[in-house]
Design a protein around this ligand. Structure first.
Ligand SMILES: NC(=O)c1ccc[n+]([C@@H]2O[C@H](COP(=O)([O-])OP(=O)(O)OC[C@H]3O[C@@H](n4cnc5c(N)ncnc54)[C@H](O)[C@@H]3O)[C@@H](O)[C@H]2O)c1
Length: 263
């Protein structure tokens, strides 16, 4: 049963929807009755979702670092579903290295996907929504690392820089778009059970020589609510931010982290 019936008439695009949090967000919007374009550089599990969703969903290969691909994707949602109501800027990558060891190539990769990709998806959607004149929602997947330093034991410094950029984008685009009824907000998650955290665990334990899985387990043990976050926990916040109940939210960074984030 749909929690937010108003989403049944909405058209949604999700970037990075081939797996993990993006996939869960796309599935939740479909469960609410929305029409969804799932995009990714790798179709992954999106294929199965498309197979069961019928005409309510389609997949398109989109690299968020390529402006032309993002523009073509937004145009395809408008053509297929008659407009774009919700853009979810979710695609992201994380690479492990203390900042003094981090390379220029790693900086460029993470900034390109996380910061530039969010800028492309957010602003292309905003231009489309301004043109259509019927408002909209732009919801970005930032991170706790967009607000605080991940810490010395969690060497995600470049990732944190790129996610602070996503928070900055949300604040400014949020105030620029609010009077057009286009509400821009971002979500800061904690330790979400996806392939990304498995990769972080593998890379950190390889560096420290600890047993695989121990880093992730210790991180989860530090979460105040006492369990790892599921992609569905994140999806709950995204659909709420797209719903009528969030109609007074603009330019905000919303924590969904089981108490991990202090502010
Ligand atoms: N996992 C966590 O603990 C966590 C916490 C907070 C925020 N986040 C953020 O949530 C988002 C999703 O993370 P996840 O954990 O699901 O990661 P994930 O690695 O499981 O999935 C990321 C998806 O993004 C896609 N992608 C990568 N580069 C892309 C590109 N250039 N263009 C389009 N798609 C691309 C990948 O193919 C993959 O399907 C990311 O922005 C991440 O930073 C994750």
């Amino acid at each position: 049963m749909a929690t937010y019936p108003e989403l049944q008439t909405k058209s949604v695009m999700v970037s990075g929807a081939g797996r993990g949090i993006g996939l869960a967000i796309a599935q939740r919007f479909l469960a609410e009755g929305a029409h969804v374009l799932l995009t990714d550089i790798d179709e992954g599990e999106a294929a199965g979702v498309i197979a069961t969703a019928g005409s309510k969903a389609f997949y398109r290969q989109v690299d968020v670092t390529d402006l032309e691909q993002v523009e073509a994707a937004v145009a395809s949602v408008v053509e297929r579903f008659g407009g774009l109501d919700v853009m979810v800027c979710n695609a992201g990558i994380g690479e492990i290295a203390p900042l003094v060891e981090a390379t220029t190539e790693s900086f460029d990769r993470q900034m390109a996907v996380n910061a530039k990709g969010a800028f492309f998806c957010g602003t292309v959607a905003a231009r489309q929504m301004l043109c259509a004149g019927r408002g909209g929602r732009i919801i970005l997947n930032a991170s706790g690392a967009g607000k605080i330093a991940p810490g010395k034991a969690t060497p995600l410094g470049l990732y944190a820089m790129s996610k602070h950029a996503v928070v900055g984008l949300t604040k400014q685009l949020g105030v620029e778009m609010a009077d057009a009824g286009i509400l821009v907000n971002c979500v800061c998650g904690g330790i979400v059970d996806t392939p990304m955290w498995d990769l972080i665990d593998r890379e950190v334990t390889q560096r420290t020589g600890e047993k695989a899985g121990t880093f992730k387990a210790a991180a989860v043990a530090s979460v105040p609510v006492g369990r790892i976050q599921t992609p569905q926990d994140m999806a709950n916040t995204f659909v709420w931010l797209a719903s009528d109940e969030a109609s007074y939210m603009a330019g905000q960074t919303v924590n969904c982290s089981g108490g991990l984030l202090p502010y």
